[in-house]
Design a protein around this ligand. Structure first.
Ligand code: GAF
Length: 409
């Protein structure tokens, strides 16, 4: 594909750039991309001011972008079949929650947040700010609806692209964390999904070869090395292909329940319950909130335990911690589903050192920590179990900790 200039190699960034040239008849000013993530452990703890331990996937969402001068935004995606799909242009001045809707509300929400940041936000170092409009073309390989943060990837790629057009480059760790908060705000206030800070921070702040040990209250973030391959281990992702969405009421209901529990206990957040004070806290709560609180408090403790093991290079020791996390999500937080439970149980029976669902739940993906020598046996057992149950075959891949959002070209 060469409309104006040279064809560039494929991969999300190359695909986005080629499609941009084809659709707009000119080269983009740049291409930026952001990854999906796996959360190793620490689920539904982020909005309770707790702890999480994600790493970035090699799968990325790329945004090729160039400025416009007419105040309009255009959003085009490249599908898995290589075909482009363009949304109707939308005026930056008309952006408001609900306009536009569909998938483009994710990048539009980021533009809305950055526009609100105004002159003091991205700055006009390049003589352009978001109210002048932009063309964006997206391509990527982050599985969608798989609990691997494709939404955060598109938000963070958009933020990086728009900030890049405005002349902002080379963000330090603090600025990256701030961009993650802006992307989260777009998701909460524009898209209307009450998610926490986990996904956007993972997409913005993770670095190659490391998990991010994040304290969601203080924002303190430590990069902890994770060289599973060096230890003869793999983190296997099992995408059940049961589509997960956080738009429904379940995610919001869980969040509301934990926030209500904190209020009843007179605490700022469930993070403030120490594990040895859990029983006392549970005694003060109505029965429906007990399992929710038990999950959050024990999950925070598991994240800290897993972080300690990883800091000591004891990767295999996190196996039982992953197992306990899954049981807690299945039985207490009730966010698993039969396909996730089958993936987890089968992986363990076939030799995984530990396994749990990852992400928001209600479908999506599980992870299994496996010895590399056992990986094929685990994959085969999971495939057979799904065939036998009559479920759609899961997709599986080994997840290697990769790099966060940045400029590709
Ligand atoms: C989703 C949300 F977006 C995150 O904020 C987090 O709550 C996660 O579910 C559960 O840990 O990915």
């Amino acid at each position: 594909m060469t409309v104006s200039g040279q064809a560039v190699p494929a991969g999300p960034a190359g695909t986005a750039e080629n499609a941009f040239r084809s659709v707009h008849g000119r080269p983009p000013a740049g291409v930026w991309s952001a990854p999906g993530r796996v959360n190793l452990i620490g689920e539904h703890t982020d909005y309770n001011d707790g702890f999480v331990l994600p790493f970035a996937l090699p799968h990325r969402l790329a945004a090729a972008a160039a400025p416009r001068e007419d105040g309009k935004l255009t959003f085009t995606t490249v599908g898995s079949d290589g075909r482009t799909h363009a949304e109707d242009p939308v005026a930056v001045a008309d952006l408001r929650p609900g306009t536009p809707d569909g998938w483009s509300r994710y990048p539009a929400g980021v533009a809305w947040v950055l526009r609100e940041a105004g002159a003091e936000g991205p700055g006009t170092a390049a003589g352009w700010s978001v109210d002048r409009g932009a063309d964006l073309v997206f391509a990527g390989d982050v599985p969608t609806g798989a609990g691997l943060s494709s939404s955060a990837a598109i938000e963070c790629a958009t933020a990086m692209a728009l900030l890049g057009l405005a002349g902002e480059h080379d963000q330090d760790a603090a600025r990256r964390a701030a961009i993650a908060r802006e992307a989260q705000r777009a998701e909460n206030e524009f898209v209307g999904v009450p998610t926490g800070i986990l996904d956007q921070t993972a997409s913005m702040c993770c670095v190659d070869g490391h998990v991010l040990a994040l304290d969601c209250r203080s924002g303190e973030a430590e990069q902890v090395p994770l060289n599973a391959t060096g230890a003869g281990l793999s983190v296997l992702v099992i995408d059940t292909q049961v589509k997960h969405s956080l738009d429904g009421s379940e995610y919001g209901d869980r969040r509301e329940g934990t926030e209500r529990a904190a209020r009843l206990l007179g605490l700022p957040a469930l993070r403030d319950i120490a594990p040895d004070a859990l029983d006392d806290a549970l005694d003060q709560l109505p029965a429906d909130l007990v399992p929710l609180v038990r999950h959050v408090v024990t999950e925070n403790a598991r994240v800290l335990e897993a972080s300690r093991y990883l800091r000591g290079g004891r990767i295999a020791d996190i196996g039982p911690v992953l197992d306990a996390s899954h049981v807690s999500m299945r039985d207490d937080y009730r966010i698993s589903c039969p396909e996730l439970d089958l993936a987890v149980d089968t992986a363990r029976t076939a030799g995984a050192l530990g396994s749990r669902m990852t992400g928001g739940g209600f479908g999506g993906s599980a992870i299994a920590l496996v010895r590399e020598n056992d990986r094929h046996a685990v994959e085969a057992a999971v495939t057979t179990a799904f065939d036998t149950a009559g479920y759609r075959r899961p997709r599986m891949f080994v997840a290697v900790p990769s790099t966060g959002a940045g400029r590709d070209r």
